[in-house]
Write a protein that binds this ligand. Sequence first.
Ligand code: IYR
Length: 226
Amino acid sequence: MEKTEINGYPHVAYQRDIYKLDEVEKRSLEFHDWLDTRRTVRDISDKPISKKVIENLIMAGSTAPSGAHKQPWTFCAISNSELKKEIRKAAEKEEYDSYHGRMSERWLNDLKPIGTDWNKPFIEEAPWIIIVFKRVYEMIDEEKHNNYYVNESVGIACGMIISAIHKAGLVTLTHTPSPMNFLTKILERPDNERPYLLLPIGYPKDEVYVPDLKRKELDEVAVFYE
Ligand code: IYR
C-alpha cells in the first residue's frame, strides 16, 4: 500500500534502504568519525561562496524535525558588505560590553582556552552569514498562533545546518552576541521572529589554528539502562 489516511490526512509509505546490523554498525561508526572532524573555525576566508550553496545548506537545516511540523525558523542569509559591516559593528559593541563587565570572572576564565574576545572580524570577512531566527508564533487571520517546542526545533535545525556546512567542506562557528535584538532591527524582522544564532560561513583561511580540545568519552556522556 503506497498511501493511506490517518485522521483524514494523507500518509505515504515510508521507504528507504534497510541494512544488516554489521553494516549499520559500520555506517554509524563512519558517521561519528567524520562528524568528529568538525571544528569551530573562527578564521574564515573571504573567498566567495555561491548563493546556490547557501540555499542548499538552508534547505538541509530546514529538514529538521519540529513541533507539529511548524518549521518555526527563518534563515536570513547575508552577503551584502554594508549590512555585514553594520552587523559586525553592532555585535562588537555588545560583545565589548560583555567581555568588559557583563560576563563573570569564571566565564571569562572558561573562555581563555578557546581564545575568544570581543573582536568579531568573521562577521565581515565571511562571504555569507546566516542569522537564524526562531518564529515564536504565526499570525493567521490576525490571530497569534503559538508554535511548539520552538527552542528545541530551532536548535535541531541549527545542528543540521552545521553538519551540512561541514559536509560541504566549509566551516562555521556559533556566534551568540548577547543581547542580540539589534539583529531584529537591522534586518527589519517582524514581531514574531527572535534572533537565535549567527553562523558565518566560508572556506577556512590558509593557516588556521584551533584549540587542542578533547571531546568527552562515551562513559562521560552516556548512561545505559539494559
Ligand atoms: N557570546 C560571546 C561569548 C562566548 C560565550 C561562550 I559560552 C562561548 O563558548 C564562546 C563565546 C561570543 O559569541 O563570542
